[in-house]
Design a protein around this ligand. Structure first.
Ligand SMILES: Cc1ncc(COP(=O)(O)O)c(C=O)c1O
Length: 387
């Protein structure tokens, strides 16, 4: 490979549809702010894609999660069970609601939150009294579960939904990374009480920054919209019935979202094609385990992540960076994060193992086959040479 090798990024936006046209329309008409037809259209189109009855646009995915928690009745002092192997925003949204995240380890097969660990926590460390689940040692109420569908894969939801029913818990899906994935034929984001999506720059579709709440419950949808728009009940005199939030997505960004969503089928097909390239190029290597797709659903293949069987991610990441190939490890597991070190966390050995070994490879929608071939060739070289 020569030194003038082009840089191959991990995952960059693909802006090739009606984005310019719709943004120009906003600018030409002056409808740039928090009211406008694109916000409504983005919500309607998004509800259709996720097969939900309602969608509420938000400034970002973290805000969407925060509002979903508050809307589902999570109060300061409550506990919320959440994936330990996730981007910190999942946990932060729980903290923003004044609640305490309880970090649940991943399962080893598909790297998602482990329903058996949730069950063990609820049965062994909590008791069910008068319709509420109470954590025995702290006395805190457990109010919700937030399964995070990480990397484009779906969580195994049925056991979680069954436990939630038994222990009277809300289920808020963090679907920020998995738009387009399905669980037993149903889109992620349509399975729990509420769900949140993100449209930041590296997500499958982007609005620069943005988020969406989805739900099949009209009352929860109405409450969520109310809270995102400062809880205003009377527009002339500015009367607000509670302390709300200024979390509404602006029309200008929703215009980008409408255009991006139009291209979703194309983006998902491209992610499948990239997956088939890497499968073909890497599956014969004994040191690389390909990203597994669970039998209970379909993956959106948002990020293409491999597990190294004999190497830690860091040396391989450095080797590839030297070849102008950008790769990324998984997130520091939440139970090890300095931000959450004060919590008396449960042991999470699977998250630690996966974080040491997993690496996400370039998989932008516009990745070419020859770029995938370069990535695969250099990756194999690195795995063979670097210890
Ligand atoms: C798992 C997860 N949760 C929450 C978020 C928060 O989304 P946002 O960056 O739009 O606030 C992200 C993405 O950034 C994420 O990957």
């Amino acid at each position: 490979m020569s030194n003038d090798q082009e840089f191959i990024p991990l995952s960059v936006p693909y802006i090739a549809g009606n984005e310019w046209k719709y943004v120009k329309d906003c600018l030409d008409t002056g409808w740039v702010s928090s009211v406008g037809s694109y916000v409504n259209q983005f919500e309607e189109d998004f509800a259709q894609v996720t097969k939900t009855s309602h969608a509420v646009a938000c400034v970002n995915g973290t805000a969407a999660l925060h509002i979903a928690l508050v809307t589902c009745g999570v109060k300061p002092g409550d506990q919320v069970l959440v994936s330990n192997l996730t981007f910190i925003a999942s946990a932060n949204s729980i903290s923003h609601a004044g609640a305490t995240p309880v970090f649940i380890d991943a399962e080893p097969d598909y790297w998602q939150i482990d329903p058996a660990e949730i069950e063990s926590y609820l049965r062994n460390e909590c008791q069910f009294i008068n319709g509420e689940t109470i954590h025995k040692s702290t006395g805190q109420r457990v109010k919700a579960i937030m399964p995070v569908h990480i990397l484009g894969n779906p969580v195994n939801m049925d056991p979680i939904l069954t436990l939630a029913k038994e222990f009277n818990l809300a289920v808020i899906e963090d679907a920020t990374e998995s738009l387009g994935a399905t669980y037993k034929g149903h889109p992620v984001g349509s399975l729990g009480d509420m769900a949140a999506f993100s449209f930041n720059g590296n997500k499958l579709i982007t609005t620069g920054g943005g988020g969406m709440i989805t739900t099949n419950n009209p009352e929860l949808a109405q409450k969520a919209k109310h809270l995102t728009t400062t809880a205003k009940i009377e527009p002339i005199e500015f009367i607000h019935d509670e302390i709300g939030y200024n979390y509404r997505l602006v029309n200008l960004l929703a215009a980008v979202g409408v255009a991006q969503l139009e291209q979703l089928p194309e983006f998902l097909a491209k992610k499948q094609e990239i997956t088939s390239w890497y499968t073909e190029l890497l599956s014969d290597h004994p040191g690389i385990q390909l990203m597994p797709e669970p039998p209970y659903g379909t993956s959106a293949r948002w990020l293409y992540t491999i597990r190294l069987l004999n190497n830690n991610w860091k040396s391989i990441n450095e080797f590839l960076a030297g070849k102008k190939i950008q790769t990324r490890p998984l997130w520091q597991p939440m139970h090890l994060s300095p931000a959450y070190r004060t919590l008396n966390s449960r042991k999470c050995p699977i998250s630690e193992l996966l974080q040491n070994r997993c690496l996400s490879l370039p998989c932008s929608v516009n990745l070419s086959k020859s770029q995938a071939e370069q990535v695969a060739a250099q990756l194999k070289l690195a795995v063979n040479q670097v210890k």
